[in-house]
Design a protein around this ligand. Structure first.
Ligand SMILES: [Zn+2]
Length: 114
């Protein structure tokens, strides 16, 4: 396990706490992903092959407000912006130009997104 993976896990815990503070209910989505799954996603247009999920540096979370699923990623800008303040390596999927994904949070050691 790398130090970065360890700090990502701690930051993911803080992220959930922060979302609760902001009035959201949160459930867990996908964290670790096999290279085969990432390739399948890329082949089907729902992800990329070199996903940070493979490196245990990304997590997808589901957000609910007043019991309703928040389906529009731009409604999560407050959480995404907070995540980005944690370090210059923190990335929020809501900013991705290719396949924007407001539910996706990662640490990108080399600056590549996803
Ligand atoms: Zn993701």
């Amino acid at each position: 396990m790398s130090k970065l993976q360890e700090s990502f896990a701690q930051d993911a815990a803080k992220l959930i706490q922060k979302a609760v503070e902001l009035g959201y209910t949160v459930t867990l989505g996908e964290a670790w992903r096999t290279p085969q799954q990432a390739q399948w996603n890329a082949d089907h247009g729902t992800g990329i092959a070199h996903s940070l999920h493979i490196e245990r540096l990304a997590i997808d979370l589901n957000f609910f407000k007043a019991g309703a699923y928040v389906s529009n990623g731009s409604d999560l800008t407050n959480i995404g912006t907070w995540w980005e303040t944690l370090s210059p390596m923190h990335r929020w999927g809501g900013r991705f130009t290719h396949l924007p994904d407001g539910n996706h949070f990662s640490i990108s050691p080399d600056g590549h997104t996803a």
